[in-house]
Design a protein around this ligand. Structure first.
Ligand code: ADP
Ligand code: TRP
Length: 320
């Protein structure tokens, strides 16, 4: 089983990223061969400051290493170190129907939010298909917002295989339903672009303030409450054990449980989980050369796989 995912270095990672994508992939390291990369080519569709690009890349690398990425088992690399990906993108582009890309929600959503409607942003899913297909990935763990992109990848791979013979493995998206959409402090999907995030490695004081800001309804402490309708509970349950979750749900239903109190508990659970990782991150930050070495070694290993797939694709279409 080959498992692959990527994340853009385009902002501070938050609980939506952590539970929707990072933790699933960290857990899967025990079950298969994991490929994980920093999608810097993709980030160029929104990040136009070169310094922010470099810093974002270092930050994502530190975040993953601090959270327990095992770089012996897992291939961890920077997308742009795998030049083969861009060449494969072209071979895929020429079999990708325009209509397939025109149906993608993500392009429309990003343009509506103010990103420039460039060809790169439009063709984003083809680059993503190349990332996935070049490594013969079977399984792609992502949050629900990326599901359509993995479906587009499948369509492109089938089209190519039909035309040229079986070159690509057809991947499956893997979405953990319980964390498919982690809500932000305003109740919408948590996202860097909505200003509603709880950062995983932010300043603890600010994190606490963000948690205390989580939007709730106006029920009083005494009122019985529905845990399924509560944004605080939705985050609390991500950290809680089964027993803690049930106990808290029962207290919601019974009444007498105030939202402020749950927020405090949520922060404590957050901090118990992330404080040791924050410390590890600070240690890693003192040796950025090590981080670069990890990424370089990952890229060497990944390029061996990518080179082989690209050669087969070039042969299939008649370039060799
Ligand atoms: P953002 O929306 O903050 O820009 P990205 O689009 O960069 O986040 O997402 C990176 C990864 O994290 C993707 O796999 C995405 O599906 C996942 N993810 C992002 N936000 C959430 C969320 N609120 N709930 C679950 N998964 C999420
Ligand atoms: N588009 C993904 C996101 O914004 C990042 C990404 C790029 C990715 N290539 C990928 C995810 C390949 C999974 C597989 O989150």
């Amino acid at each position: 089983m080959r498992i692959l995912s990527g994340i853009q270095p385009s902002g501070k990672l938050h609980l939506g990223n952590y539970f929707g994508m990072m933790k699933p992939i960290l857990d899967l390291q025990q079950e298969g061969e994991v490929f994980l990369f920093i999608a810097d080519y993709h980030a160029l569709t929104s990040v136009t400051d070169p310094r922010a690009m470099r810093q974002g890349t270092t930050d994502v690398a530190l975040d993953f290493l601090a959270c327990g990425l095992d770089t012996e088992r897992t291939l961890f690399y920077r997308q742009s170190d795998i030049h083969e990906v861009t060449e494969l993108t072209w071979l895929l582009s020429v079999v990708t129907p325009m209509g397939l890309l025109e149906r993608c929600h993500s392009f429309k959503d990003k343009v509506a939010k103010g990103l420039p409607a460039t060809h790169g942003l439009f063709a984003y899913p083809v680059l993503m298909a190349a990332d996935i297909l070049i490594m013969h990935s079977n399984m792609v763990p992502v949050g629900r917002d990326q599901k359509q992109h993995v479906e587009v990848t499948r369509d492109i791979a089938l089209k190519f295989n039909n035309l040229y013979g079986d070159v690509f493995t057809i991947p499956e998206p893997s979405i953990r339903e319980e964390v498919a959409v982690v809500p932000g402090t305003d109740g919408q999907k948590m996202s860097k672009s909505y200003n509603n995030t709880v950062e995983i490695f932010g300043d603890p004081k600010e994190t606490r303030a963000a948690i205390m800001r989580i939007v709730t309804d106006s029920k009083t402490v005494a009122d019985p409450k529905d845990p399924a309708q509560c944004n605080v509970f939705a985050l609390f349950k991500l950290f809680a054990t089964e027993a803690q979750r049930e106990e808290m749900a029962a207290r919601y239903r019974a009444g007498g449980q105030g939202y402020g109190e749950v927020k405090k508990q949520l922060f404590e659970m957050f901090d118990a989980h992330f404080a040791p990782l924050r410390q590890r991150r600070a240690e890693l930050e003192k040796n950025l050369d090590h981080v670069q070495t990890v990424l370089r070694r990952g890229a060497e290993r990944a390029r061996a796989v990518a080179g082989e797939t690209l050669r087969r694709a070039r042969q299939a279409v008649g370039l060799e």
